[in-house]
Design a protein around this ligand. Structure first.
Ligand SMILES: Cc1cc2nc3c(=O)[nH]c(=O)nc-3n(C[C@H](O)[C@H](O)[C@H](O)COP(=O)(O)OP(=O)(O)OC[C@H]3O[C@@H](n4cnc5c(N)ncnc54)[C@H](O)[C@@H]3O)c2cc1C
Length: 391
């Protein structure tokens, strides 16, 4: 058993840390205040080849592995959860779904520019009537004159207003539940496709979420995810497989967010004096730091262990759900403690703590709620006991 990062991974970690400190941190407050995506940072990340780290070089990626990818989003999230989400959701959902389920032609045409960061990708599943229960999606796709005609509405699509390649899940068989779902790759300029409003959110305000409208949107049949022969009715499988990876990505993001809040808390506890001594000398305060550190360390091993399982080609559905569940709990708990430890300074907007607290909350919802993660974990356990659980 080896718990150490390789020399190469440590080198990448340094590189990602420098990027986060020098390029991401200076903009974190502005993108939150102005509620705008960090386009300039994403451009620089693309130049550094950071937008497609886990994908093979032949598909435009850096091919440096899943652990290295987790180290990247961890470092970004330490200083800005919104930027980590913009980049992380692009890579782990928008590009990953095509990497996992696309045909060779689709990978060449779409994954390559996504992995290089030349175009942004988005993953479009949620609808007004279908969130946790994807079987309820109402968007339809009907074959007509050798094309598919899509009609429906998607909501809460991360990067929806800046993406150019959208993987959209629609019912090709409205009578069937999840077996009637098919994925389609939709380009921004296809007729009948329109980006609606972006939502005003509690946190990660630099990572926009948009409504998307499909009004007789015509999609070439070559854009059925996985090909027309193989891909029809396989959309739910593709979405679930992608979500395993995006949950790991979100857990690594949670790890970074918790570390960022703890680092700020340690600095504050050292610098701020009350009753003639630094706050850190008060046991109630140092205990908070001890609890933060313990949970962060437990999360670190769960995240790296899961990333390692992916690299080994092991099944990791349950591990990814555990990572995401535990990660979001840790990120929220640590951010909450960090506000408390900072006192009034944690509640006003001059310090990043207030933003970190607002930002952390989304991690219990995004990429599947905590309730859904518990269902996934328990289902795997009871499946081994020949008992199927129902949502
Ligand atoms: C910032 C942000 C970014 C997002 N990005 C994307 C994106 O890029 N693409 C995309 O497709 N979606 C995206 N989403 C949507 C997100 O995946 C959904 O919000 C999430 O899956 C929950 O769905 P819902 O909001 O409809 O809640 P609901 O499913 O309506 O759930 C409401 C509550 O009920 C609980 N619940 C539901 N069913 C059960 C059950 N059977 N048993 C117990 N409890 C249950 C849930 O856990 C939750 O607490 C994003 C959301 C946010 C907030």
């Amino acid at each position: 058993m080896d718990f150490a990062l390789t020399e190469e991974q440590q080198m990448f970690q340094e590189l990602f840390r420098d990027f986060a400190q020098n390029e991401v941190a200076p903009l974190a407050d502005a993108i939150d205040r102005e509620e705008r995506p960090p386009l300039e940072t994403l451009q620089k990340a693309a130049e550094m080849e950071f937008m497609g780290l886990p994908f093979p070089e032949e598909y435009g990626g850096a091919g440096i592995g899943v652990i290295a990818y987790c180290l990247l989003v961890e470092e970004l999230a330490k200083v800005c959860l919104a930027t980590a989400c913009c980049l992380g959701i692009h890579t782990s959902s928008g590009a990953m779904v095509i990497s996992l389920s696309g045909t060779e032609k689709q990978k060449t045409k779409y994954l390559v520019p996504l992995a290089k960061g030349e175009r942004m990708g988005a993953f479009c599943l949620t609808e007004p009537g279908a969130g946790s229960d994807m079987a309820q999606i109402q968007t339809t796709a009907v074959r007509e004159d050798g094309q598919y005609v899509l009609n429906g509405t998607k909501i809460y699509v991360a990067n929806g207003d800046i993406a150019e390649v959208f993987t959209v899940f629609a019912k090709t068989d409205p009578e069937a539940a999840t077996n009637g779902i098919t994925g389609f790759i939709v380009e921004k300029d296809y007729p009948g496709f329109k980006v609606g409003r972006t939502e005003r959110t509690m946190g990660i305000r630099g990572c926009s979420i948009a409504q998307l409208f499909f009004d007789d949107c015509r999609v070439p049949r070559q854009n059925v995810l996985g090909g027309e022969e193989e891909g029809l009715g396989k959309g739910a499988e593709a979405a679930l497989q992608t979500q395993d990876f995006s949950r790991l990505s979100m857990a690594a993001t949670c790890l970074g967010a918790a570390e960022g809040a703890m680092e700020a808390s340690v600095r504050f506890a050292k610098d701020r004096e009350q009753f003639g001594v630094p706050l850190a000398k008060k046991q109630a305060i140092s205990s908070m730091i001890a609890d933060m550190a313990t949970e962060i360390e437990a999360l670190r091993y769960l995240v790296y262990r899961t990333a390692w399982a992916v690299e080994q080609g092991e099944g990791y559905t349950s591990l990814a759900a555990m990572c995401k569940l535990f990660g979001s709990e840790v990120a929220c708990k640590v951010a909450n403690k960090a506000v408390q430890l900072h006192g009034g300074a944690g509640y006003i907007r001059d310090l990043p703590i207030e933003r970190m607290y607002r930002d952390a909350r989304v991690t219990r919802i995004l990429e599947g709620t905590s309730e859904l993660q518990r269902f996934v974990i328990a289902s795997e356990i009871f499946r081994q006991e020949d008992l199927e659980l129902e949502l």
